[in-house]
Design a protein around this ligand. Structure first.
Ligand code: UT7
Length: 324
């Protein structure tokens, strides 16, 4: 039994933070951010708005599109690194508020690859007999961003996207998923404090160890290499060549990374989904947010082959191929 994406949904908070706003916060400029990253603006939560609030909005939209009722969901997999609280899993809060009374629920922590990791797990659950899996990517990256660090604060945004997986009855299906990790370079992108290694304390807060640290330039090079590799691996597994891709949905990290990967694959611009100019890097939410927009914009039609590829903290990298 194969799995199929029955419906998608997405949600981003209303509050817009532009590059001009950032010019007033750190020493940067609209032109630097636009040229080096491709980002014009990002969405940021209102005070009091948390990961589950975004996840629920996206999930409700995906359930509506899929015509599946919350009580028909068997399991909720929420990919996030910015849950409402360290305990319990934010997926449980979503389960309760959706009224998904029969569903098991847990969070998946794989940073920017989280959505593809969760999709891969959901695919296996359907293959092993479950009927409906709700897969969500939701992040409040603004909560772990140091708003005085210009190296990172211009990059990230908040948002959520979701898909409902069900049983495939025809050619529409998840064709493959491939997941990878290399913990040897875990210090490329990380949050040093606030966990069991360096628990929350005044010192953690004062020295900003509860915020994301990143070696951007090194990450950039590895991102291009791993996303290209992940895509070739996915294509090979399905007997495809780059020209068979109808739409490529890469993790929305930096437009220069996306262009470099697309060029290496020989993909023309119209085959690459890019929305990071409006949302920035929303980590695990980035691919489902872009996927839902592609559907709303009519860029994915029945029979199309959609390839997703991501990289992120861990370091992790991953791909998925879906036939629509
Ligand atoms: O989901 C995975 C998350 N991570 C990523 O995707 C990150 C991937 N990396 C990147 O996107 C890029 O490396 C960055 C956008 C982070 C940085 O771009 P870069 O072209 O690699 O710049 P750089 O780090 O080599 O820095 C160039 C200069 C430096 O100044 P000096 O040392 O040459 O004088 C930085 O201090 O740009 C400076 N700089 C800035 N200037 C204005 C760094 N951030 C800013 C800024 N505004 N916001």
């Amino acid at each position: 039994m194969n799995s199929v994406i029955l419906g998608t949904g997405a949600y981003a908070p209303d509050r817009v933070l532009t590059n001009a706003d950032l010019e007033r916060m750190v020493e940067t400029s609209d032109s630097w951010i636009l040229e080096r990253t491709g980002i014009r603006e990002r969405r940021i939560v209102q005070s009091g708005q948390a990961c589950s609030d975004l996840a629920i909005e996206a999930a409700n939209r995906a359930l509506l599109a899929a015509r599946v009722s919350p009580s028909d969901i068997d399991v909720i997999l929420l990919a996030t690194c910015t849950g409402d609280t360290p305990l319990p899993a934010t997926a449980c809060l979503v389960q309760h508020r959706l009224g998904a009374v029969r569903a098991a629920a847990c969070d998946i922590s794989a940073a920017c690859c989280g959505f593809i990791y969760a999709l891969a797990i959901g695919d296996v659950y359907i293959k092993s007999g479950m009927k409906h899996v709700l897969v969500i990517g939701a992040e409040v990256m603004s909560a772990i961003t140091d708003w005085t660090d210009r190296n990172t604060c211009v990059l990230f945004g908040d948002g959520a996207g979701a898909v409902v997986l069900g049983r495939s009855v025809d050619e529409s299906k998840v064709l493959s998923t491939h997941l990878h990790a290399n913990g040897r370079i875990s210090d490329l992108i990380y949050v040093p404090g606030g966990g069991s290694r360096d628990p929350a304390s005044d010192d953690v807060l004062q020295n900003k160890r509860c915020f994301i640290k990143m070696r951007g330039n090194e990450t950039f090079k590895i991102a291009v290499k791993t996303m290209e590799e992940a895509t070739h691996e996915a294509l090979k597994a399905n007997g495809m060549v780059p020209q068979d891709i109808d739409l490529f949905i890469p993790h929305q990290a930096n437009v220069r990374i996306l262009r470099a990967v697309s060029q290496r694959l020989g993909l023309s611009e119209e085959k690459v989904m890019i929305n990071l100019d409006r949302f920035g890097n929303t980590s695990a939410a980035s691919i489902p947010l872009a996927l839902d927009q592609a559907i709303q914009d009519g860029r994915i039609k029945r029979g199309n082959k959609v390839v997703m590829a991501a990289f992120g903290a861990g370091l992790t990298w991953a791909s998925a191929v879906v036939q629509w």
